[in-house]
Write a protein that binds this ligand. Structure first.
Ligand code: HGY
Ligand code: MN
Ligand code: MN
Length: 408
């Protein structure tokens, strides 16, 4: 049995939450920025303090290794991500990394020496908001994305991942190559309303939705807002507005779980008395059923085409990213259920609408996740919140499950 130190866990959480903190209790800690560097430095320091062998790979993933008694045993991998959304929450990703850190500290405290090594990780660019390929570090590690492709991704200012990594000194020299993993476990906040609605303190995640990201650029003609008759206009904004309202109505016509989001939107030239000639927006479509995601992508293309023909405009639609839905390992889910049952914790099995690095690791190793409840389901904003008692309960289960997996 392993018991976490609640005070120490909370202190870590509070101190990491001060790095890139916003005034309203959130985090603005975009991947590979100065704030991300500072939290990475804090993480490396904490790993070194535990006497772990620390390594940084070429996509900036940070690993710490705690040896087991059996030097040849495949390790258990634990961890999550420390990057945040713009003005995001302080629980998304960070809670998982710190629960993993607290697990290692608790094992150390209690002098528990499982036979398996344990590897802790902080993945680069899980969020995908600065460099639009989410789960980037874990995707390169699992072989889902080529290293060169990842390093060449650019942000809105044209900075490449490669340059951003070296600017913060995390362009590691360790090769990005998957090692054999006995089991991987990620703790995360639910980022949805169901645990709270059902009165459960823990979610045992069955799997993660499939998703596709697109970027559409609609081109029209800029004209004078006054003398240009409506029927002669090629108004890119009007076309985009039509397309976006249809895209937002799509999910109801596709499936009970389908969702679509237009998260970025810009127009040019952006003058009050000029008909816009350019509109650019992103689309994020998801469902647990990959066929629904594929159908949604097709319908997005159609809606944009129809809107463009109504407004004498043209469009280019770029596929940014796609990931299939994934089902987690039933045996590890059973370990989690056993731990929750032993502790009398109310839990439920559920899918995840949010993508996680565990999705990628599940492609190469037995993987599972557990969720802590999100108050009002709010996330990806500064109001993101999880009751501390729920953080402790979930992290306690996590530590015990890791201990059991590492002792198998
Ligand atoms: O987009 C996602 O689901 C994750 O938060 N990156
Ligand atoms: Mn996350
Ligand atoms: Mn997120």
């Amino acid at each position: 049995m392993v018991t976490i130190d609640e005070e120490r866990f909370r202190e870590s959480f509070e101190s990491y939450s001060r790095i890139g903190a916003t005034e309203n209790g959130g985090l603005h800690r975009l991947t590979l920025t100065e704030a991300d560097k500072r939290v990475r430095d804090a993480f490396v320091e904490d790993l070194a303090e535990l006497g772990l062998e620390v390594r940084v790979d070429r996509i900036g993933n940070i690993f710490g290794r705690r040896e087991g008694t059996d030097l040849d045993a495949d390790p258990v991998l634990i961890g999550s991500h420390l990057d945040s959304q713009p003005y995001g929450g302080r629980f998304d990703g960070q809670l998982g990394v710190l629960a993993a850190l607290e697990t290692l500290r608790a094992l150390e405290d209690e002098g528990v020496e499982p036979n398996r090594p344990i590897e802790i990780v902080n993945w680069t660019n899980e969020e995908g908001s600065r460099f639009p390929n989410a789960l980037l570090g874990s995707s390169v590690f699992s072989g889902g994305t080529e290293l060169e492709t990842a390093l060449s991704l650019t942000d809105g200012e044209g900075t490449t991942v490669r340059d951003a990594l070296s600017a913060i000194g995390y362009d590691g020299d360790h090769p990005v190559e998957p090692f054999d993993i006995h089991a991987h476990l990620e703790l995360h906040i639910e980022q949805g309303p169901y645990l709270e609605e059902h009165g459960n303190s823990l979610g045992i995640v069955e799997g993660v939705y499939g998703m596709s990201w697109l970027r559409a650029t609609i081109t029209g003609e800029s004209d004078h807002a006054g003398p240009t008759p409506m029927h002669t206009r090629s108004d890119a904004m009007a076309a985009a507005a039509d397309a976006v309202s249809e895209i937002n109505r799509l999910p109801n016509r596709l499936s009970a779980d389908a969702v679509s989001t237009v998260g970025e939107f810009s127009i040019a030239p952006g003058s009050i008395n000029v008909v816009p000639d350019t509109a650019e927006f992103t689309v994020d479509v998801r469902s647990y059923d990959d066929a629904v995601v594929a159908e949604a992508v097709e319908r997005v293309h159609e809606e944009i085409e129809h809107a463009c023909s109504r407004h004498a405009t043209s469009a280019e639609v770029e596929a940014l990213w796609n990931i299939e839905s994934t089902a987690f390992d039933p045996e590890i889910r059973d370990v989690l259920e056993g731990v929750a049952d032993d502790r009398g914790i109310a839990y439920e099995r559920m899918p995840s609408g949010a993508a996680h690095d565990a999705t990628r690791i599940n492609e190469i190793a037995p993987t599972a996740m557990l969720f802590a409840p999100s108050v009002d389901g709010r996330t990806h904003n500064e109001d993101e919140f999880t009751e501390w008692e729920d953080c402790v309960v979930t992290a306690g289960c996590y530590a015990e499950a890791v201990h059991q997996l590492a002792s198998e």
